[in-house]
Ligand binder design. Structure first.
Ligand code: NAP
Ligand code: GCO
Length: 266
């Protein structure tokens, strides 16, 4: 094996929702491996925030205003990227939201919104990039799944339904497009320190850990929350030729949560 197979030199990557959090970190990892980064966010303020974050790390990224649930807008963004930067070799479907509400209290509109962003949008964006990947007979699609692709928990019914569906969409894209040398895999982050999980880590009035924070520590063999940087290596691997014979898999970057029954009583 030639270690150059891990290089992303000459590749164009689109990472959705990558002006902050996990998307920004994954995109920085892809950039360090040589990829040219394109990303989108919902408005100019967030796109500018992202452009600055990449520049602060020494990279020039291409930012676009696009709501990933808007198919016309996504198609127009992909067309612009292909004209301005080049054909998209690597797609990371990262954009996502969560709403933590007991299911019997959840508005149907909120349930649908989570499904729209976390599941329908990866379909829309993948559909937009597939034709060019098929023409060049190669491509990488990486879907950001979740522990909730495997497990349920209270208050996250919409999110778990979306992320469970995203795992199966990953397997189906792998099945349908493997013949074009297109690999579609998932990354399932464990509990990662980002704005999405900030409410679960807030210190209590007495300075103690949030109960959920302590719970996650007890469910994680690594006894820590993940950092966005923990996801960079797996993302570079799945975006590179080194993983060309891996298809339809979800790699859990979770510090061991999925393997662990939980800390036994001391
Ligand atoms: P985050 O910091 O909230 O990032 C989510 C990003 O998606 C934000 O930049 C957000 O933009 C963008 N976004 C939301 N809706 C969008 C839309 N309709 N169109 C375009 N962009 C949109 O959260 P994160 O923790 O980095 O999560 C990133 C991904 O990882 C999500 O898919 C999440 O489900 C997944 N994940 C997170 C964890 C974790 O523990 N943090 C674990 C497993 C999986 P705005 O900031 O403008 O809203
Ligand atoms: C939650 C958390 C999780 C993480 C992640 C775990 O409320 O349980 O937000 O869903 O974000 O998806 O993999």
């Amino acid at each position: 094996m030639d270690m150059k197979s891990f290089s992303l030199e000459g590749k164009v990557a689109l990472v959705t929702g990558a002006s902050s959090g996990i998307g920004l970190s994954i995109a920085l990892g892809l950039a360090k491996a040589g990829a040219t980064i394109c990303f989108n966010d919902l408005n100019q303020e967030f796109v500018d925030r992202g452009i600055k974050a990449y520049a602060d790390n020494g990279f020039t990224a291409h930012g676009y205003i696009c709501d990933v649930t808007d198919e016309e807008g996504v198609v127009a963004m992909v067309k612009r990227i292909e004209e301005e930067v080049g054909v998209i070799d690597i797609l990371v479907n990262n954009a996502g939201i969560i709403k933590r509400v007991p299911m019997h209290e959840m508005d149907a509109a909120d349930f649908r919104r989570v499904i729209d962003i976390d599941l329908n949008a990866p379909f829309i964006v993948s559909k937009a990039v597939l034709p060019s990947m098929m023409k060049q007979n190669r491509g990488k699609i990486i879907n950001i799944c979740s522990m909730m692709s495997e497990f349920g928990r209270e208050t996250v019914s919409a999110y778990a339904a979306a992320k469970g569906g995203l795992k199966m969409l990953t397997r189906n894209i792998a099945s349908e497009y493997g013949m074009y040398n297109i690999q579609c895999n998932g990354i399932g982050p464990g509990y990662i320190e980002t704005p999405m999980t900030a409410p679960l880590r807030e210190r209590q009035a007495d300075g103690s850990r949030h109960p959920f924070d302590a719970f996650i520590i007890s469910k994680t063999p690594a006894e820590r929350w993940g950092k966005p940087e923990d996801l960079q290596g797996p993302a570079v691997f799945l975006a590179s030729e080194a993983s060309d014979f891996i298809n339809g898999q979800v790699i859990y970057v979770d510090g061991g949560i999925a393997a662990y029954f939980g800390k036994q009583p001391q």
